[in-house]
Write a protein that binds this ligand. Structure first.
Ligand code: UD1
Ligand code: UDP
Length: 364
């Protein structure tokens, strides 16, 4: 017997990567009905549509078209529209993923409507409350009814905040995605040939954190660091970075190959073949670990501490050009044997537990 539909909330690039393996896993559980709402937080073709096409994510059932804006305006628009949606349709629960504004907006709306909330990628903490994501994580975890933690450390964080009773260890859905994605990418991605790259002869970069790209001084310093590196850097530019590079009139060093945002399959192919990944992304740090490429993270701290403990990820606290170059050139002695992100069955665990706890069904 089919139950009422779950409502999955997505809105940004990392949400799309995280929902993709869940939708694939859902094919094995036809008794779990679901709908997808896309808030429209990310809307460019290369930040949104391409992920639905490449990763076979069903087209969203609802598109809220909220677009960009300040945190209050953007979150408010999402909340208003999601509240209307929940008034018009009867869902069994709301499922939110990650730590973006779309995640928190969905969780707040559902909790106030007494609709059960499931949070996937729960319990992560950077302990830096100046990051909007940290606020989104704390709020979302505390208003959610079922919490799925990607790591044991995330489980401990939840325990320390009094949330242990609602928390389950699932492992990380991005690890599930990477296992599937690598096979598809090996068949379909031609990016190495297109960019005429040899394996391990280049660096791959991404940047989008406001404290790196919205401050002209910091951004200039980072590009001065890039200019001193001896190898080409493929920099897959988030629109926030592209806009600020233009606005601040920063000249691009000759070894930096600025590209548009890449599709997931091309991006993970480059991650695997890069000599180092240089990033301030959350997900990219972990993916570099999955493909065993050393990572340099241009952030003072990380919520993915297991990558640092394994010696696979170096944090560059102050993002000076000197610190960046030193970190990139540091010899990595990483241990990739530990598996802190689960066994590649996070999606199965999440769906079976959600069905058991919320839909009162046991799936086999
Ligand atoms: C958001 C998330 C961040 C996540 C990142 C993933 C929040 C608070 N931030 O940051 O946690 O790591 O997504 O990529 O939720 N823009 C476009 N086209 C788009 C999307 C954005 O041009 O399709 C530009 C707009 O100028 C916009 C800016 O990028 O103002 C920032 O977009 P926004 O979604 O507010 O934040 P991100 O930096 O993308
Ligand atoms: N990604 C991508 N193309 C790119 C840059 C990143 O497909 O040009 C993917 C990457 O593989 C990862 C996800 O986007 O799965 C990470 O998203 P992002 O860095 O935007 O957000 P964060 O993880 O920091 O929230």
């Amino acid at each position: 017997m089919k139950t009422k539909d779950l409502l999955f909330v997505v809105g940004t690039r990392p949400n799309f990567v995280k929902i993709a393996p869940i939708c694939l896993a859902l094919k094995k559980y036809p008794e779990i009905g679901y709908k997808i709402v896309h808030t429209g937080q990310h809307y460019d073709e290369l930040m949104s549509d391409i992920f639905f096409q490449e990763l076979d994510i069903p087209a969203p059932d609802f598109y809220l078209n909220v677009g960009s804006g300040g945190h209050g305006a953007q979150t408010g628009r999402m909340m208003e529209k999601m509240e209307d949606l929940c008034g018009e349709h009867a869902f069994s629960a709301m499922v939110v993923i990650g730590d973006v504004n779309s995640t928190m907006a969905g969780a707040l709306v559902a909790s106030k409507l007494h609709l059960p909330v499931v949070h996937i990628e729960s319990g992560l903490r950077s302990f830096n409350r100046s990051m909007p994501e940290e606020i989104n994580r704390i709020v979302t975890d505390h208003v959610s009814d079922v919490l799925f933690a990607p790591t044991q450390l995330a489980m401990r964080n939840l325990e320390e905040e009094g949330l242990a009773e609602r928390a389950y260890f699932s492992g990380d859905v991005m690890y599930d995605m990477m296992l599937i994605g690598q096979e598809i990418a090996a068949r379909n991605s031609r990016i190495m040939e297109e960019l005429k790259l040899q394996s391990k002869s280049f660096y791959l970069g991404t940047l989008h954190r406001p404290y790196n790209v919205d401050d002209p001084k910091v951004l200039r310093e980072i590009f001065e660091g890039f200019a001193q590196l001896e190898k080409p850097i493929i920099l897959a530019a988030h629109p926030r970075l592209s806009k600020n590079l233009q606005q601040f009139d920063i000249s691009i060093p000759f070894n930096v190959h600025l590209s548009k945002p890449l599709g997931y399959l091309d991006f993970i192919t480059l991650q695997k073949h890069a000599l180092r990944v240089i990033t301030d992304s959350g997900g990219v740090q972990k993916e570099a670990f999955f493909v065993k490429t050393p990572c340099i993270t241009l952030r003072p701290e990380t919520e993915w501490v297991e990558t640092v403990e394994a010696g696979a990820n170096i944090l560059v606290k102050n993002r000076t050009s000197r610190e960046i170059v030193d970190a990139v050139w540091q010899q990595a002695a990483a241990n990739y044997e530990r598996r802190p992100y689960g066994a590649g069955d996070a999606c199965r665990i999440i769906l079976e537990k959600t069905a058991e706890v919320l839909l009162e069904r046991v799936l086999t």
